[in-house]
Design a protein around this ligand. Structure first.
Ligand SMILES: [Zn+2]
Length: 344
């Protein structure tokens, strides 16, 4: 059963810094939500489409327990056509469409600079948008991109569920490795999801998931921790619901994304008590809950983990614990700290 966020002040465990309120009290009607979000944006730093934004190697746990290297390539391309309320990825995107040939050239540079790859290696192509959006990755580039992906046994791209179509299935056939598509589920709370301005329902996610899995394409999912409009007292339970929702629909890798402010809209939601930045103990609690989910690898995105509130003394040990969890799937013993009397 899906819960509807409680518009009334929510009794919680003391972690709430604001009062949960009905989104309708601060957000305009749906038709103008995009304008509301965009009007709160600061300026972007447009990247150079002649080279990738970044590339790096990282070990990643698979369901069979192996931990092969995955080459991450952050591609410079066009902005996503959706304007999700929580998103800050637009800050490093192009104003116009991605120039033809640019993505393949960026990938070439990343491969050349990376050098020798291990025999078993995956690659993540993250373009801060949707891989199968023709404005972000021109379809005419698919063949040359696929040629460059020959060395990899897994190819992971990200895409909005509504942009997963025939091109995605054809791309899977072009590459020797297995294609995996990561989609943002964000939350399984239908009412909260509707307010994220993602232009997606749970049914959209589910039907794209079915399309992918029936074609033998791997499914990954992103879950926000916490999603805006989900009271912080229910954040862990709600994230676990979303993880289970994704796994039940075939996801074999789910990443919890600690939600963050800084995009303007989230800062305002925080001020209005509609979203609370996750403290590190909340992330650890979610990690412990998700460790019990079977049938999928669950990890915590540690990209911006230093932003999360916690005791300065035990912070490094707690972050190291999350890092170990990502690699082993086991939460391990809790960190004990005299400074904050923490045992979580
Ligand atoms: Zn401490």
């Amino acid at each position: 059963m899906r819960r509807v966020p409680d518009p009334a002040p929510h009794p919680d465990d003391g972690r709430t810094t604001g009062t949960e309120r009905d989104a309708a009290s601060v957000l305009p009607a749906d038709s103008s939500t995009t304008a509301w979000i965009r009007s709160r944006r600061a300026s972007k730093i447009e990247p150079d489409p002649a080279r990738p934004i970044a590339h790096f190697r990282e070990a990643e746990r698979r369901l069979d327990g192996s931990r092969p290297v995955v080459l991450h390539v952050l591609l410079a391309g066009a902005e996503c056509p959706f304007t999700c309320i929580y998103c800050d990825l637009w800050r490093r995107t192009l104003d116009g469409p991605t120039p033809p040939g640019a993505i393949a050239r960026q990938l070439e540079i990343a491969l050349r600079e990376t050098g020798t790859l291990p025999a078993t290696c995956g690659v993540k192509l993250y373009n801060a948008s949707n891989f199968f959006d023709p404005r972000a990755v021109p379809p005419g580039d698919d063949a040359s991109i696929a040629d460059l992906l020959q060395p990899f046994d897994r190819v992971i791209v990200e895409c909005h569920p509504r942009l997963v179509g025939r091109r995605c299935l054809e791309f899977a056939d072009r590459i020797p490795g297995r294609l995996e598509v990561a989609m943002g589920l964000e939350t399984a709370d239908a009412a909260a999801l509707a307010r994220l301005n993602k232009g997606m329902t749970l049914e959209d996610f589910d039907s794209a998931a079915a399309r992918l899995t029936s074609a033998g394409i791997g499914l990954r999912a992103f879950v926000l921790l916490p999603a805006p409009f989900v009271p912080v007292a229910r954040a862990v339970e709600s994230a676990l619901d979303a993880v289970r929702h994704a796994v039940d629909r075939g996801a074999r890798h789910v990443t919890l994304i600690p939600s963050r402010d800084g995009n303007g809209a989230m800062d305002e939601l925080r001020e209005q008590g509609l979203w609370t930045p996750p403290a590190l103990d909340l992330i650890e609690e979610a990690m412990e809950s998700c460790a019990r989910v079977s049938g999928a690898v669950v990890t915590v995105d540690l990209w911006d983990i230093d932003r999360c509130r916690t005791c300065r003394r035990c912070r490094p040990a707690r972050i190291a614990r999350l890092r170990r969890f990502n690699l082993t799937g086991s939460p391990g013993p809790p960190v004990r700290c005299r400074a904050c009397a923490s045992s979580s």
